[in-house]
Every structure is written in structure tokens, then in C-alpha cells.
Ligand binder design. Structure first.
Ligand SMILES: Nc1ncnc2c1ncn2[C@@H]1O[C@H](COP(=O)(O)OP(=O)(O)OP(=O)(O)O)[C@@H](O)[C@H]1O
Ligand SMILES: [Mg+2]
Length: 262
């Protein structure tokens, strides 16, 4: 079967004002892949998602979805932003329903669909609560639910589990893997947790310096689908985690030395 690029960046550049964040960056994510992005704070990870989802446009280069340049990418990917952006005046159900409303799904149907999903996201009993009545982790789960309800088969998840406790995080990781397999999704996830990236993904992409010009790829060992979560306990994972750590550290040291002699 020919491999299809779900998302691809071709020579993409982007600047905020005068500050270059991305410079002639090319990379792609194949249909059905689970890819993680790791890199230091401020390097531009979230910016890549804002570009991919169409919230901002590249200053040069092209971004393709399913191999096509679309008039707009807005609403065509399931984007879970780093800040949850829940509307404080809407209940949990009304917040999660938003993508369904945008697709003109009748309100009753949309409400029922959300309510059906709430238990899975650990939100039973909170259907009519407002965002400020929820913990950070619960808000994160509403935001994840909302991203999955866009119906898009490409999900961009910006640190989706960062506010969750260890046990809930592991449950949500397991759920995400199941959903990824059952719905044949393509997932790109930003995380600061090297182990999380190695356990869940097919490929880990390291973004080492700003502006982002190139990516460095690391492939986790043990690619067998069913056994991903068992990777957690595999000694080979420890070795790869060390490799990633060193790759990120060496860049930091280089930046420090360059700063000293600049
Ligand atoms: N709206 C904005 N206007 C101007 N500069 C911005 C804006 N948003 C982000 N930046 C700058 O762009 C750079 C990349 O930000 P981005 O949010 O993409 O980083 P990140 O890798 O996601 O960091 P973190 O891991 O902390 O979330 C930073 O230097 C940041 O200050
Ligand atoms: Mg970010």
C-alpha cells in the first residue's frame, strides 16, 4: 500500500514580528502514524501546531493535508491547544459540543453524543458544571474530548496529559492508543515527557533549536502495536531515553558556548 502523507510541511518559514520561529522546515507525518514532538520550552512546538491547524499561516512555504493545499485548514484537524480555551459561560457539555455544532449536528444529538462520552473521560456527573468548577486535569480532559469530537482523523494534541496525576495519565494514554487503533487516527502529540513519547509513538521528533530548521528523529524500540504500553518496563527504552536526553543536552551546551563567544 502506498504511504499517504496526512500532514506535510514543505520549506515552511514563520516569524512572530521580527523573531524567526521556523525556517525552511520540511517534514511529514504519514497516515496512521503516532508521532511525538519533544523540545525545550519556547522552541516553537505549539507554533508548529498553530501553523498545521491554520490558526496562523506560514510566511513562506506550504502546508498540505492529505497531500493537498486547502483553502483553509481551520476545522479540518482535531486540535487540542496547550491552554484549554474553554468558554467560561458554557457548561462542560456545551463546551465539548462546539465542534458538533459547527458541523450543524442538531443540538439534541450533539448533547447526547457528548454525554455518552463523559464517563470515558472521567467526567461523569459534571455535564452541567462550568469550567471554573473543574480541576486543571479535568479541564484538560474536556479539551481532549472536544478535539476528538471534531470528527477529523488527524489529532494534534499539545501536552494533553501534562496536568494529570500518574494513574489518570496512564489510563488516558491507554485510552488514546485504543482510540488511535480503532478509529485509524493519525496523532501528533507534543510532550515534555520523554518516556511518554517513547511508550506511545512510532517516531519521536526532536526540535532542538529556535528557529526550527530541521528535525532529528528517534525511533523507539519494540514497534509491536499491542505491546506499546509494555515498553514502559523495557530496559531498551531506558537506553533510548538517555540518547534523547543527550541529544537535547548537547544542543543546550552548544548554545551556551555560542552565547559565550558571541
Ligand atoms: N502570539 C505570539 N506573539 C509573539 N511571539 C510569540 C507568540 N506566541 C509565541 N511566541 C514566541 O514564539 C516562540 C515559540 O513559542 P511556542 O509557544 O511555540 O513554544 P513551545 O515550544 O510550545 O514552548 P512550551 O514548551 O513552553 O509550550 C517563543 O519564543 C514565544 O515567545
Ligand atoms: Mg507549547
Amino acid at each position: 500500500m502506498a504511504l499517504l502523507n496526512k500532514l506535510s510541511f514543505h520549506e515552511v518559514s514563520f516569524t512572530y514580528g521580527a523573531e524567526p520561529i521556523v525556517e525552511r522546515l520540511s517534514f511529514s507525518v504519514e497516515q496512521g502514524e503516532f508521532v511525538s514532538l519533544i523540545g525545550p520550552s519556547g522552541v516553537g512546538k505549539s507554533t508548529l501546531f498553530r501553523l498545521a491547524s491554520g490558526l496562523v499561516e506560514p510566511t513562506a512555504g506550504t502546508i498540505l493535508l492529505d497531500g493537498e493545499q486547502r483553502l483553509t485548514r481551520l476545522g479540518q484537524v482535531g486540535y487540542m491547544p496547550q491552554k484549554d480555551l474553554l468558554m467560561p459561560w458554557r457548561t462542560i457539555t456545551e463546551n465539548a459540543m462546539l465542534p458538533l455544532e459547527l458541523r450543524s449536528v442538531p443540538k439534541g444529538v450533539a448533547r447526547a453524543k457528548v454525554e455518552e462520552q463523559l464517563p470515558l473521560f472521567g467526567l461523569s456527573g459534571y455535564a452541567d458544571a462550568y469550567p471554573d468548577q473543574l480541576s486543571g486535569g479535568m479541564r484538560q480532559r474536556v479539551s481532549l474530548l472536544r478535539a476528538t469530537l471534531t470528527g477529523a482523523d488527524l489529532l494534534l494534541l499539545d501536552e494533553p496529559f501534562s496536568a494529570l496525576d500518574g494513574i489518570t495519565r496512564m489510563e488516558m494514554q491507554e485510552w488514546l492508543l485504543t482510540m488511535w487503533q480503532e478509529l485509524s487516527l493519525t496523532i501528533v502529540m507534543i510532550t515534555h515527557d520523554i518516556e511518554e513519547a517513547l511508550v506511545l509513538s512510532d517516531r519521536v521528533i526532536l526540535l532542538r533549536e529556535k528557529p526550527i530548521r530541521e528535525i532529528v528523529e528517534v525511533n523507539p524500540p519494540l514497534p509491536r502495536e499491542r505491546e506499546r504500553l509494555a515498553r514502559r518496563h523495557d530496559p531498551q527504552i531506558g537506553a533510548v531515553r538517555q540518547e534523547i536526553w543527550e541529544l537535547l543536552q548537547s544542543q543546550k551546551q552548544l548554545a551556551r558556548v555560542q552565547g559565550r563567544f558571541a
